[in-house]
Unconditional design. Structure first.
Ligand code: NDP
Ligand code: ZN
Length: 350
């Protein structure tokens, strides 16, 4: 089985040849229908200690081609959305609330991390009855492929911040993850909604998804720009989806005492995260900080599909580049790594 993945951690990606995965009784084998590369695939390839020959890819719509003996609700031929997080739901950690970390920190992230991902001729999804959802009629493939990572991650940023009606919010970074955080914040009732980024395609879509003001981080410190636009007042919530650890510092500098800084960006700086002394009120400013991994689960996917069907969100607008066939995963990955100005998100159709 051919797949595109990490050859040598931190250095080299390329094509690998692996055995077709062996299924457990609750698992299924899928062939990709469409996949998207993620910025996290780029982190896995170059920034974090990955397993050599690990196949990348964790955003997919797939067609079921084989099921394990105990699978109840899915059959060969079903077309399903596969979330980035596909935990082992029988792990006791699930009872501690965070299925994303069932089995240990980050262990809910199986595809492309714990096991091979979806940039392959076929891929395994564990515990399929719990993890995937059939793509309903009326949901475009380009939207369905984004629910399991971009939508659920961006929305989780708004959830972790527990945004209240009228809250002032700043989303730092408006790639596809940040754009979904903007949309999620607007849906949760944000008042002032600042969005930080520079690529014109992203800026346009941020406004369409509900940003009230767009700030270019290249024009000076973000906190200063936000405070100026907000009458000198600090804001309620900051959601970080780009800019690295410097964005955490900016977040603390602009959030009010009692406010919340949420991080959904993968922070890979080996030096650590930057919590500023003064911005945090000498560490005593009642400013909350939380980071989270995207929720998965069949119910979550179903609920996000309902939002698409009811016209509350259209993630398909983020698809800017289209590729065809397994071999094109390589070009799509490089595009995601290099981030040309006209890119938001590429899709690969199989
Ligand atoms: P992108 O690279 O497409 O977007 C990054 C954004 O950050 C862009 O808007 C970019 O601006 C902006 N940015 C860049 N530099 C700065 C800076 N110095 N200050 C402020 N903003 C800056 O990334 P994605 O949207 O694809 O992904 C975002 C992050 O989310 C990644 O780290 C990814 O790995 C992570 N992720 C996390 C998940 C989770 O579960 N927590 C799940 C999926 C992804 P510009 O317009 O100039 O490009
Ligand atoms: Zn991802």
């Amino acid at each position: 089985m051919k797949g595109f993945g990490v050859i040598k951690p931190f250095e080299q990606v390329g094509w690998v040849d692996k055995e077709v995965p062996v299924l457990g009784p609750y698992d299924a084998l899928l062939e990709p229908v469409a996949i998207c590369p993620c910025t996290s695939d780029v982190h896995t390839a170059y920034d974090i200690p990955a397993t050599p020959n690990r196949i990348l890819g964790h955003e997919a719509v797939g067609r079921v081609i084989k099921v394990g003996s105990e699978v109840k609700d899915f059959k060969v031929g079903d077309v399903v959305a596969v979330p980035a997080v596909t935990p082992k739901w029988r792990s006791l950690d699930v009872q501690d609330s965070y299925h994303q970390h069932a089995g240990g920190l980050f262990q809910g992230m199986q595809l492309s991390s714990g096991e091979d991902g979806c940039m392959a001729e076929c891929f395994k999804v564990n515990d399929i009855d719990m993890n995937v959802a059939k793509v309903p009629d009326g949901v475009a493939l380009e939207a369905a492929v984004l629910v399991g990572d971009m939508v659920t991650t961006g929305f989780h940023g708004a959830e972790l911040a527990d945004i209240k009606f009228g809250d002032s919010v700043c989303v730092i970074g408006i790639g596809p993850v940040g754009l979904m955080a903007v949309a999620g914040s607007a849906l949760r009732g944000a008042g002032k909604l600042f969005a930080v980024g520079s690529r014109p395609v992203c800026v346009e879509l941020a406004k369409e998804y509900g940003a009230t003001d767009v700030i270019d981080y290249k024009n000076g410190p973000i906190a200063e720009q936000v405070l100026k636009l907000n009458g000198g007042h600090q804001i309620d919530v900051v959601i970080i989806a780009g800019g690295g650890t410097g964005s955490i510092e900016e977040g603390f500098n602009m959030v009010r005492p009692g406010g919340t800084v949420v991080n959904i960006e993968v922070q890979s700086d080996p030096e650590g995260l930057l919590i500023p002394t003064f911005g945090s009120g000498f560490g005593c400013g009642h400013k909350k900080f939380i980071g989270g991994l995207c929720p998965g689960g069949r119910r979550r996917m179903g609920r996000l599909f309902d939002m698409i069907l009811e016209g509350r969100i259209d993630p398909s607008k983020m698809i800017t580049h289209k590729f065809y066939g397994l071999d094109a995963c390589e070009d799509a990955f490089y595009l995601m790594r290099d981030k040309p100005k006209d890119l938001i998100k590429p899709i690969v159709y199989f």
